[in-house]
Write a protein of this length. Structure first.
Length: 258
């Protein structure tokens, strides 16, 4: 182990990453850094030192792991952040740094859900059809451009940061908000704007499930973007499992005299 503290790098941007960082922050045996992509202008407080920005692909991440003498790498990025997840797996293998992915399970449909699964935002817009509809859009700002191909719909667009400049759409409203969103508030939002379709990602977890439950209760269609394939790697589903993995990894390394 390099130095008196084990150096842990968490790839974050999710509520789970923030919670994990906060859980690890008080430990005197760890020096934790949380890495954020920098897509959110004002990220929430994280509880540990934060680095912002990309690494420069697999090669850049390999260099960072070696230069900073990272002892363990934890991928707690969003399920749709497939590029950084693949880079993390490859970089960790190249430099032999212990790696685990924290992957929240996807939502699964239950009785009453009206789900349409699509590949991407472009397919989601096609799935709306030609007749005018009123749509809640819960996607990242970088994924909104396909909406302009179907200007006949009203779009209620919710994002963490403002959409600037606004889309060139005749019928669009914008909400800037950060989850979690509970079912009651989501139901009120859908009713107030007379929403009849929701476009979202199958993010999993509880923070943004409110809109799914509210849509079910109101009989509203939900058009869900399928998750990208996750790279093959050691993975767990809960923060507690990450904690167990980390302690086992560090104990094993200490026993080997690393």
């Amino acid at each position: 182990m390099a130095g008196t503290q084990a150096k842990i790098l968490i790839l974050g941007g999710t509520a789970e990453a923030r919670t994990l960082a906060q859980r690890l922050a008080p430990r005197a045996d760890l020096a934790v850094t949380l890495s954020l992509a920098g897509r959110t202008a004002a990220p929430a407080a994280q509880g540990v030192p934060v680095r912002i920005g990309g690494f420069g692909g697999v090669a850049g991440l390999k260099d960072y792991l070696l230069k900073e003498r990272i002892d363990a790498l934890i991928d707690a990025t969003h399920p749709y952040a497939d590029t950084i997840s693949a880079n993390a797996v490859a970089a960790a293998r190249h430099v032999n740094v212990p790696f685990v992915a924290l992957r929240r399970p996807p939502w699964t449909a239950v009785a009453g859900d009206r789900w349409t699964d699509v590949t991407d935002a472009r397919d989601a817009v096609r799935a709306l059809g030609k007749e005018s509809r009123r749509v809640l859009v819960a996607l990242g700002r970088q994924e909104l451009a396909p909406l302009t191909a179907a200007p006949q719909h009203f779009y209620l667009i919710r994002s963490v940061d403002p959409v600037d400049p606004p889309l060139t759409l005749p019928q669009a409203a914008y909400i800037t908000a950060r989850g979690p969103f509970d079912e009651a508030d989501e139901r009120a939002l859908l009713l107030a704007h007379k929403i009849d379709a929701v476009i979202a990602k199958n993010s999993g977890g509880s923070a943004t499930y409110g809109k799914i439950a509210a849509a079910r209760a109101l009989g509203i269609e939900v058009i869900l973007l399928r998750r990208p394939s996750a790279p093959a790697a050691d993975a767990v589903e809960t923060i507690e499992e990450v904690m167990v993995w980390l302690d086992h990894t560090l104990t094993s390394a200490a026993a080997r005299g690393v």
